[in-house]
Design a binder for this molecule. Structure first.
Ligand code: ATP
Ligand code: MG
Ligand code: FE
Length: 333
């Protein structure tokens, strides 16, 4: 099965050709980051317009690099939610047009199912069941992957997503957008134990997350420095904040793996590309004899190859979308 996959849920225009859900023949990503940097975040209208401008070129490149034509493609998979409605619509309309013109099935894919499925690409032998931590710009979920495309959410954030916290803290300490990679980089020069930021627990569910208190603690620390007329170390604040996030993610995740009796654990989403987070999970999983899986950093942030992987398993189950497929910005997993 050769899947052409399309992803336009946020600020990446992406297309990919994936064979049997695991082998990536091409993975083309046009990122709009530079466009949105001057506004300090993603501007939805600009994102949609740029997707329209780039989508055909990105798809052509994906087919070219895979050395195939539309005639070789078995089905077309597309992200239809969650995400920005205008951005999603560009991919959905394009996928429908290709499906109709080429006479091939259309498969709508959940963006977070895509993030999780990026692990199948990297690890040929990985099969469900396993626990996956999804930490991205809009989600912080602990998910039990029961089978391909079959998920049960066992923990979620009560407020900010992990990636959102990275982006907000980066802005507060003057690193700018996008925050995650910048905090990752500067943290290497900082002391992660310099400032004792809080590790929040959520009373009702030990697997839930909360990052807004941590974000406030960072803002309070910065204000206190300013009041006293003292300067602060960007690197120390970044490293201490990052450590606080990672500690909580590691503790809750691996507690869930043990309590629910799983043997395998995976990470997914943009925050999963964080170098300290990857190192922490590697270390802790080894200590606890848990098999650890992670996509390469490029497959953690938004891409279409992961949509091709998730789409393949939907296709294999017989899932076919009609031409009434619509963008669903708040789509549930
Ligand atoms: P969602 O997938 O929830 O709909 P999204 O698609 O916008 O949201 P992703 O592309 O999966 O999110 O991830 C982007 C997020 O990941 C941003 O918040 C970004 O700051 C964060 N991120 C990216 N790289 C890193 C990194 N190295 N360290 C920490 N965070 C990172
Ligand atoms: Mg993005
Ligand atoms: Fe994403």
């Amino acid at each position: 099965v050769l899947m052409l996959a399309i992803e336009t849920s946020c600020d990446e225009t992406a297309a990919s050709v994936v064979k049997n859900g695991r082998k990536v023949l091409s993975n083309v990503i046009f990122t709009q980051i530079a466009l949105h940097t001057q506004y300090g975040g993603v501007v939805p209208e600009i994102a949609s317009r740029k997707h329209i401008e780039k989508i055909n070129q990105v798809i052509e490149e994906a087919l070219d690099q895979a050395d195939v034509t539309l005639a070789d493609i078995t089905a077309v998979a597309v992200t239809y939610g969650p995400g920005l409605v205008g951005a999603l619509l560009v991919g959905v309309a394009e996928a429908k047009a290709i499906s109709f013109a080429a006479g091939i099935p259309l498969v709508g894919v959940h963006h977070i199912s895509g993030h999780i499925s990026a692990n199948y690409i990297e690890h040929e032998d990985l099969e469900p069941p396993f626990i996956c931590l999804v930490a991205s710009g809009g989600h912080s979920h602990l998910v039990a992957v029961k089978d391909y495309g079959e998920y049960e959410i066992i923990g979620r954030t009560r407020d900010d997503a992990a990636g959102e916290a990275f982006d907000k803290v980066a802005r507060a300490i003057g690193l700018g957008y996008p925050g995650g990679p910048k905090i990752d980089k500067i943290s290497a020069q900082g002391n992660p134990d310099a400032i004792p930021f809080p590790r929040a627990k959520v009373a009702e569910n030990e697997y839930d997350f909360s990052f807004s208190g941590l974000k406030s603690a960072v803002l309070n620390y910065l204000n206190a420095c300013r009041m006293k007329g003292e300067s602060f170390s960007q690197a120390d604040v970044a490293a201490s904040f990052q450590k606080a996030v990672i500690d909580v993610l590691v503790e809750h995740s691996l507690h869930a793996v043990r309590e629910f009796g799983y043997e395998k654990f995976a990470i997914a989403g943009g925050v999963a590309s964080n170098s300290s987070l990857r190192a922490a999970f590697e270390r802790e999983c080894e200590k606890r004899k848990i098999a650890f899986y992670r996509p390469s950093p490029l497959l953690c942030t938004d891409n279409a190859a992961m949509i091709g992987a998730a789409g393949y398993y939907e296709y294999r189950k017989g899932v076919r979308s009609g031409y009434d497929l619509n963008a669903v910005p708040g789509l549930k997993l």
